[in-house]
Design a protein around this ligand. Structure first.
Ligand code: NAP
Ligand code: MG
Length: 404
């Protein structure tokens, strides 16, 4: 079978633990078998980040900005235990945080749906994608413990002039918090949400509580509406619509809805709802994630971590059965986007065929252990980490030769 040529380099970031093992298998058994591709490799193994003082992560982010598409393996975000375990100089920052700061994007999480895994919520037939604003609010708050009777106010200084709003007069002990956001960040969140919804051809929802928060949440609502109005042509070309709902109305609507929409949410709402949606659709091994930058760069990855427990089993010489579907869909997402940007329809078709190979196997009951109880009918058998990837590669070859 002749290989498909990928016209532009693809930025590829290797990672840690079990997902690194999966990553190397995917590259060897599928990517390099079927594609003529210039991979710009950045090794984000935690010890390589340590060796380079994390410069490798910064370089990778700049490469994504240059080439527009990247695909990333899950990585360890070191804490004190990891510093000890891997003998690191320090607890380096989360690579995803570093990359996001450089690309200034929004992360969208999308469940991979198959006919024989029924979401816990019966009405959900199509994916619900969460777009979480990853800046400000609770995550950048300033907080105070109030020890006794106190009066509080919020003060800002601009051009030497102060504005002050009285907040609350405490009669006794209590707590106080101040949160902020910026027009620039909210606007880029709105732009990324519109770009993603248009590229997936899915309707866009946005929700906050502007009836209560008439300045703060209302600003989000207004900026979204301005960006939606400015992108009227994009909405028309993609055949999609925009809906603003109050957050409590939106959660009730989302439960009754068949799905198939992108739900943009503020930082805290997105944090909470993305885990609820992930659990509702079934398995972490079936959730992909993409960082969309307003500059037009895309970075794809699995939503799960490095699956540490399975890796330790592997190190003990035990067989593992780790789900590689989300990692493969990171690759198919990146290759499809590369194909669209380069106008290479055969690459887009390859990515779709790879996805079909994965989904058809699962629908025949060929699964890793995490899915055995979720599929209908449940299965007593499961594949190992490696045998599942082998079966996908073989099925892909069959599908590709049938269509050529
Ligand atoms: P995890 O990798 O998400 O795995 C937690 C548990 O979820 C696993 O033990 C496993 O459950 C199940 N699971 C997740 N992915 C699976 C898959 N593909 N196939 C089968 N089961 C899967 O979280 P973790 O093990 O707690 O975290 C490990 C490291 O990942 C941490 O160092 C963290 O910093 C990092 N992390 C990275 C990213 C990222 O790079 N995007 C995201 C999150 C976490 P069972 O054990 O019950 O089988
Ligand atoms: Mg969370």
């Amino acid at each position: 079978m002749s290989k498909i040529t990928v016209k532009t380099p693809l930025v590829e970031m290797n990672g840690d633990e079990m997902t690194r093992i999966i990553w190397d298998l995917i590259k060897e058994k599928i990517v390099k078998r079927y594609l003529e591709i210039d991979l710009r490799e950045y090794d984000l193994h935690v010890q390589n980040r340590d060796r380079t003082d994390d410069q490798v992560t910064i370089d990778a982010a700049h490469a994504i900005r240059e080439f527009k598409v990247g695909v990333k393996c899950a990585t360890i975000t070191p804490d004190a235990d990891r510093v000890e375990e891997y003998k690191l100089k320090k607890a380096w920052r989360s690579p995803n945080g570093t990359i996001r700061n450089i690309l200034n994007g929004t992360i969208f999480r999308k469940p991979i749906t198959v006919n024989n895994i029924h979401p816990y919520v019966r009405s959900w037939k199509k994916p619900i994608v969460i777009g979480r604003h990853a800046y400000g609010d609770l995550y950048r708050s300033v907080e105070l413990r109030i020890d006794g009777p106190a009066s509080t106010s919020v003060v800002s200084t601009h051009d030497g002039k102060s504005q002050s709003v009285p907040a609350f007069d405490f009669a006794g002990p209590g707590i106080f918090m101040g949160i902020h956001n910026t027009d620039e960040s909210i606007r880029s969140f709105a732009q990324s949400s519109i770009a993603y919804a248009a590229s997936e051809k899915m309707d866009l929802w946005f929700s906050v509580k502007d009836t209560i928060s008439k300045t703060y949440h209302a600003r989000f609502k207004d900026i979204f509406q301005e960006e939606v109005d400015a992108a009227a042509d994009t909405f028309a070309a993609a055949g999609i619509s925009y809906r603003y709902l109050l957050i409590d109305d939106a959660v009730a609507q989302a439960i009754k809805h068949p799905g198939g929409f992108v739900w943009a949410l503020s930082n805290y709402d997105g944090d909470v709802m993305s885990d609820l949606i992930a659990a509702g659709f079934g398995s972490l091994g079936m959730m992909t994630s993409v960082l969309v930058s307003p500059s037009g760069a895309f970075e794809y990855e699995a939503a799960h971590g490095t699956v540490k427990r399975h890796y330790y089993q592997h190190l003990e010489g035990k067989a593992t059965s780790t789900n590689s579907v989300a990692s493969m869909f990171a690759w198919t997402g990146a290759l499809r986007k590369r194909g669209e940007l380069d106008a290479t329809p055969e690459l887009v078709k390859f990515a779709e065929t790879w996805e079909r190979a994965v989904l058809s196997l699962i629908e025949e009951g060929v699964v890793t252990k995490d899915l055995t109880a979720l599929i209908d009918p449940p299965s007593a058998n499961f594949e190992s980490t490696q045998s599942f990837i082998d079966k996908v590669s073989d099925r892909l070859e069959t599908l590709l030769s049938a269509s050529s």
